[in-house]
Design a protein around this ligand. Structure first.
Ligand SMILES: Nc1nc2c(c(=O)[nH]1)N[C@@H](CN(C=O)c1ccc(C(=O)N[C@@H](CCC(=O)O)C(=O)O)cc1)CN2
Length: 287
């Protein structure tokens, strides 16, 4: 947001750890007239590890151009850092893919309507028509893109055309089709999936059925970034709920739905707030 003549910005930084980075970054921002409202950093072990930092700050609007043109030369390059500047006022443009289950999709739309998620849903696409009325009552375009088992090319081509460059993030809200690596490369934005188990347990299809057959006492959900390898992407958030011998697979699915919604909403919010930094197969959640 622009408060008077100040912009709210976020700076995401990573690179080889060494003394002086925090001082160099905050000293530069201070000299530019910035007011740092939050800062969090992490250094991976063992040393010399990788340094990560997320800063939120306000800056005089007139100084923004100077930051963009001089931060690299004056701070990032001398320390060997990569950096990204984000306008905190801009909600992330999000596309949601779904199938038939509505609980995660409806929860995201409801939270967005309550301004709990700094995002704008540009479209919903589903491989089944069931959710059209639900989506359209929120005033959001709905696209039915049927999938053909074993032949993802056609549906993925339609999805890629729909998505184009209209979104910054794709959320798989219980979308039940495996996406090809070609599709992931073509869309070229992060995708977040909610898997209905505590990965790596019960990866793949029918996790609640397999959890019931295993006689588990805990069920749960995992939000993760999507990679070509099914359910193996970097984990963003997980949570669990207790189960008992009295719960059949349907009961586990009902118990799990609440966990799925909560876990996915946390992951989407943190992504939209630029709190998530990836380090190998790990996701850092910075405050
Ligand atoms: N490349 C990726 N694509 C998808 C991922 C992923 O991690 N990488 N996650 C899935 C979601 N998912 C679990 O969370 C999942 C979806 C589908 C299946 C599956 O076996 N589907 C069957 C068809 C099921 C149906 O049509 O109802 C299949 O493909 O044969 C397993 C796990 C989304 N895509």
């Amino acid at each position: 947001m622009t408060t008077g003549t100040r912009h709210a910005l976020r700076l995401l930084i990573s690179g080889p750890d060494r003394p002086g980075i925090i001082s160099g970054v905050t000293g530069y921002l201070y000299r530019l007239g910035a007011d740092v409202t939050s800062s969090d950093q992490y250094t991976s072990a063992p040393g010399p590890g990788t340094f990560f930092q997320r800063l939120a700050f306000t800056l005089p609007a007139a100084a923004r151009g100077t930051l963009v043109s001089t931060f690299g030369r004056e701070v990032a390059e001398p320390f060997g850092l990569t950096w990204r500047l984000v306008d905190a006022a801009q909600p992330k443009r999000v596309a949601i893919l779904a199938s038939k289950a509505d609980h995660c999709l409806v929860d995201l739309l409801w939270r967005m309507r309550r301004d709990e998620l700094p995002m704008r849903v540009e479209l919903v696409a589903a491989n089944h028509p069931d959710l059209r009325a639900t989506v359209e009552q929120h005033g959001i375009p709905f696209h039915h893109v049927p999938s053909v088992p074993g032949k993802p090319e056609e549906s993925e081509s339609r999805l890629a055309d729909l998505l184009g460059d209209r979104c910054d993030l794709i959320v798989l809200a219980r979308y039940m089709q495996v996406l090809t690596g070609e599709f992931l490369t073509k869309v070229a934005v992060p995708l977040i999936n909610i898997h209905h188990s505590v990965l790596p347990a019960f990866a793949g299809a029918q996790p609640y059925t397999r959890a019931y057959e295993r006689g588990v006492k805990l069920i749960g959900a995992t939000a993760h970034y999507v990679t070509e390898e099914l359910d193996c992407g970097p984990i963003i958030e997980q949570d669990v709920a207790r189960a008992s011998h009295r719960d059949d697979a349907a009961a586990l699915a009902r118990l799990g739905a609440d966990v799925e919604r909560t876990v996915l909403a946390r992951a989407v919010r943190w992504h939209c707030e630029d709190r998530l930094l990836r380090h190998g197969n790990r996701v850092l959640v910075l405050s």
